[in-house]
Design a protein around this ligand. Structure first.
Ligand code: XMP
Length: 422
């Protein structure tokens, strides 16, 4: 909720593109929130909307939440635009919001930063807060905002579970410690994670163990830091919309919504990014001076390389995977394909195959490369990477990582495959 700006309420009827209208409105620097069409009048009124947009999702046919909103949009005394049959882009929304409603375009990156910092100060007061730094853009932006708001009353914990990509832990420490002067408690926990993962091959068990161990380490660190009262978390708007926590349809459960705070027993949660979309978080990151390597960082799953190392995880296999993955990512960047490929990485498959090197038989690992283009990670297409790039990557990986005997490229879309292999 944001009373300092003119607010547009978008009522979503369960359209598959439920975030589309919100993104167009936000791009016009006008604040908006998405509510399910089942929201009652009190919930809509609480946002004090200056305009209401009904988003039925023209290209996806039947809306899943029904055809009629629970509250009569006309009852709020503000202009209403029904997007039924209209293209969900600027051409319909711009004239409505600017000419008809005369809304102020003041929801900018600068205003967001200022208000987020003030909001954190107001919530936490003179108490303390804890933040789990993953190195991803969301927790990084949270760290900078919370540090601005709280200074030394913020404790940032970075749990290095040994499942990060090449050089990432060092970069995280360099950026936050050296450049931003944010003290980071760097917990080197690789040993205990690998010990608990020894012999485990089932992907869901791996996830469970990594998640549990993460909470355990984090609990210990929270106690060591004198148990700060608040937890700062990088929840973003799609997490809320897609998890159905706003009363809309649940699409998929997100790992960072719920769970952690209840278990650790914090007095409160601070979620400064909970009304931002990912591209907005990236803009804020750049405005705060975070390097592009963090601001534009591709999503990386919580269980990290643990679910990209098929079968049993060992330190040796992780090292091989890290090297191959680094070569691939570098090649994608050199070829200028980073924007097209929303996510790209190497997988150390459980397969070994026969090869030949220096006139002798080898029996090396098979590395699979995956690069996908996606707008929402719910569906994805494999990137049609130029053959020359793939050939060069294959040569570079087999030369740099002698344990790898074969390199293959994954040409499966999602569905039927998922993005990750495990
Ligand atoms: P899939 O493999 O389901 O992945 O197509 C969709 C997106 O989710 C990420 N992913 C995860 N993220 N914990 C996470 O935090 C997980 O266990 C997990 N599994 C998949 C994946 O990287 C992709 O962006």
């Amino acid at each position: 909720m944001n009373r300092q700006h003119d607010t547009v309420v978008i009522l979503d009827f369960g359209a598959i593109n439920s975030q589309a209208a919100a993104k167009v409105v936000r791009a016009l620097e006008i604040y908006c929130e998405v509510l399910p069409c089942t929201a009652d009048a009190a919930r809509i009124a609480a946002l004090e909307p200056r305009a209401i947009v009904l988003q039925r999702g023209p290209e996806c046919g039947a809306a899943t939440l029904g055809r009629e909103p629970a509250a009569d949009p006309a009852a709020f005394g503000v202009p209403v635009l029904d997007l039924d049959g209209l293209p969900c882009d600027e051409s319909a929304l711009r004239p409505f919001l600017l000419d008809r409603c005369g809304l102020k375009r003041d929801w900018t990156v600068e205003s967001f930063v200022e208000e987020a910092v003030a909001g954190i100060r107001e919530t936490v007061g003179d108490r303390g807060a804890l933040l789990a730094m993953s190195g991803g853009v969301d927790s990084s932006v949270c760290a900078v905002l919370a540090h601005r708001a709280l200074g030394e009353r913020l404790t940032c914990v970075f749990v290095d579970h040994g499942l990060m990509r090449k050089d990432e832990p060092a970069e995280i420490c360099r950026v936050f410690g050296d450049r931003f002067g944010i003290p980071l408690r760097h917990v080197e926990a690789e040993g205990r994670f690998l010990a608990r993962l020894a012999g485990v091959t089932d992907p869901e068990r791996k996830r469970m163990i990594i998640g549990e161990e993460f909470i355990r380490v984090f609990e210990e660190e929270a106690r060591a830091a004198g148990a700060p009262e608040f937890l700062v978390q990088g929840t973003i708007y799609p997490d809320i919309i897609e998890s159905g926590l706003d009363g809309g349809k649940p699409v998929k459960a997100h790992h960072n919504v719920g769970g952690l705070p209840e278990r650790i027993g914090f007095a409160g949660l601070v979620e400064p990014l909970k009304y931002l979309f990912k591209d907005e978080v990236r803009k804020v990151a750049l405005a705060l001076g975070l390097p592009p390597s963090i601001a534009m960082r591709q999503p990386f799953p919580g269980p990290g390389l643990g679910v990209r190392c098929i079968g049993e995880i060992t330190g040796e296999k992780l090292d091989i995977l890290r090297e191959a993955d680094a070569v691939f990512r570098e090649a994608v960047a050199e070829a200028g394909l980073e924007t097209e490929a929303g996510q790209y990485f190497a997988v150390l498959t459980g397969n070994r195959s026969v090869g030949v090197a220096d006139d002798a038989r080898t029996y090396g690992y098979t590395v699979a490369l995956r690069a996908v283009a996606t707008s929402d990670f719910m569906t994805a297409r494999f990137v049609k990477m130029p053959m020359e790039v793939l050939e060069a990557v294959s040569e570079r990986i087999t030369a740099a990582v002698p344990q790898v005997g074969r390199v293959v490229y994954d040409i499966t879309n999602k569905p039927p495959a998922t993005i990750e292999w495990e």
